[in-house]
Each structure stands twice: as structure tokens, then as C-alpha cells.
Design a protein around this ligand. Structure first.
Ligand code: CTP
Ligand code: MG
Length: 225
């Protein structure tokens, strides 16, 4: 089986740092986006890694990744889905499974990636999810309207894995003007099934400065194991 990983690193990271995109910031000794790239390099079935980066920073990313072989560079777009699409275009068409991953999630493991590949190979699409642990409130005009039933509600993580051919068709079929926060939601829109596997609570998405600090703490723990 041949697989590719697409790393979405085309955002500006405005909620974390207005000057430098978060995926370029040093994290545990190397630029943040290289953590997931390095995990994908360890997974034997992954034969291609495409990284979508902001158009005006390609040289900076290439410099940061010096010495890492065979990265396929793609020019990111305005929205996440545009960056992912550019990454998909950079990969070969004869691949079985592609994984789409947020560069903002550095703490993935080869075990999670392998299970996603196997599950997507079997079912067409697979995503990691974790149960919601906090009580959910609907709020309007600074007042609680009601408490939502959280049974059956999960948080979606990346990587998300798909048969390559199907993901290609999905991108061609969904309304392009709509904003999609992940690829699984495009499949749901088209009525296509998406399987779930248990996510990893350490696989947090770094969005705000506190998330960055928390991820660094988790990194310290992981490396001691
Ligand atoms: N992403 C991307 N292309 C975009 C926007 C986002 O590839 N046009 C990527 C980001 O680099 C990140 C992932 O999608 O790895 C998840 O997005 P998010 O956490 O929202 O990152 P940013 O959009 O960069 O941050 P912000 O929304 O705070 O500006
Ligand atoms: Mg964003």
C-alpha cells in the first residue's frame, strides 16, 4: 500500500503570534511543523509528504526543512481547504490513502497514523475523535440559554485519512464557496461514511499561546517515557 501525508501549514497563526506563523516557531528544539513531518517519515507506508505553506514564505520553510529529503512543497491558499487542495495536487494520483494533517498538531504518533491508514483502507475514511469532557452551554447575549446533551458528541482531530481517489472526487463535488474546517465534514455533506478511531488527548491543536505552553509540557512528558 502507498500513502501520502499532506501537512496543512499554510495559515498565518494569527491567534497565537501576529508576526510569525506558529508552525515556524521553535518547539522542543525544531520548527513546529517538522514534528509531524518527522512522524510521517517514520511510517513506512507513507511514500510522499506534501507541505502546504504560505505563498510568501516558501523559502523560509524550505530553509527550516534543510536536510529532510523529498518534501513536496505546495503553495497554500487563503482558506485551510485551499491549502489542503494544493497539497493534494502535489501528490501522485496512484496512491491508496492520503492523510490530511494540521501542522498545528505536533504531538502525533506513528501508532495513531498506522491505525488511521488501516481503518481508512477498510472503510474509505477515518478520523480520530475524543469524547467531550466539559458541560456544553448554548449562550446568547451573555446569558445561558440551555445545557446541551453531550452524549454522542466528540472532538475531531487530525490526521484524517481517506482513499485518495475519493478525497479528490470530494473536493470536486462540494460547493467551493463553503468554508470547511476539516475534510470529514465534506464527506458528511455528500452523505459518505466516515469511520472513527480513538483520538489521543495529547494530540492537541495549538491555537492560543497557552496551548503552545501546554504542548511543550506534554512533550517533556512524552520524551521521558
Ligand atoms: N491552514 C492552512 N492554510 C490556511 C489556513 C490554515 O494550511 N489558509 C493550516 C494552519 O497552518 C494549521 C491548520 O490549518 O496548521 C489549522 O488551522 P488553525 O489552527 O486555524 O491555524 P491558522 O489559521 O494558521 O491560525 P489562526 O486561525 O489563529 O490565524
Ligand atoms: Mg485558522
Amino acid at each position: 500500500m502507498k500513502c501520502a501525508a499532506i501537512v496543512a501549514a499554510g495559515g498565518s497563526g494569527s491567534r497565537l503570534n501576529p508576526d510569525t506563523p506558529k508552525q515556524l516557531l521553535p518547539f522542543g528544539g525544531c520548527p513546529l511543523f517538522l514534528w509531524s513531518v518527522n512522524v510521517f517519515l517514520k511510517v513506512k507506508r507513507i511514500t510522499e509528504i506534501a507541505v502546504a505553506v504560505p505563498a510568501d514564505r516558501i523559502a523560509q520553510f524550505q530553509q527550516a526543512a534543510q536536510g529532510i529529503p523529498n518534501i513536496l512543497w505546495a503553495t497554500g491558499g487563503v482558506r485551510r481547504q485551499d491549502s489542503v487542495r494544493a497539497g493534494l495536487r502535489a501528490t501522485s494520483s496512484d496512491l491508496d490513502v492520503v492523510l490530511v494533517h494540521d501542522a498545528a498538531r505536533p504531538l502525533i504518533t506513528p501508532q495513531l497514523v498506522d491505525l488511521l491508514i488501516d481503518t481508512a483502507h477498510q472503510y474509505g475514511a477515518a478520523i480520530p475523535v475524543t469524547p467531550v469532557t466539559e458541560t456544553l452551554k448554548a449562550v446568547l447575549h451573555s446569558r445561558v440559554v440551555r445545557t446541551l446533551d453531550r452524549s454522542g458528541i466528540f472532538c475531531a482531530q487530525t490526521p484524517q485519512a481517506f482513499h485518495r481517489e475519493m478525497l479528490q472526487r470530494v473536493f470536486e463535488s462540494v460547493p467551493p464557496e463553503q468554508n470547511w474546517t476539516d475534510e470529514a465534514s465534506m464527506l458528511e455533506f455528500l452523505g459518505l461514511p466516515v469511520a472513527v478511531i480513538p483520538g489521543d488527548r495529547r494530540n492537541i491543536k495549538i491555537t492560543y499561546p497557552e496551548d503552545f505552553q501546554y504542548a511543550e509540557c506534554l512533550l517533556g512528558q512524552t520524551s521521558k517515557e
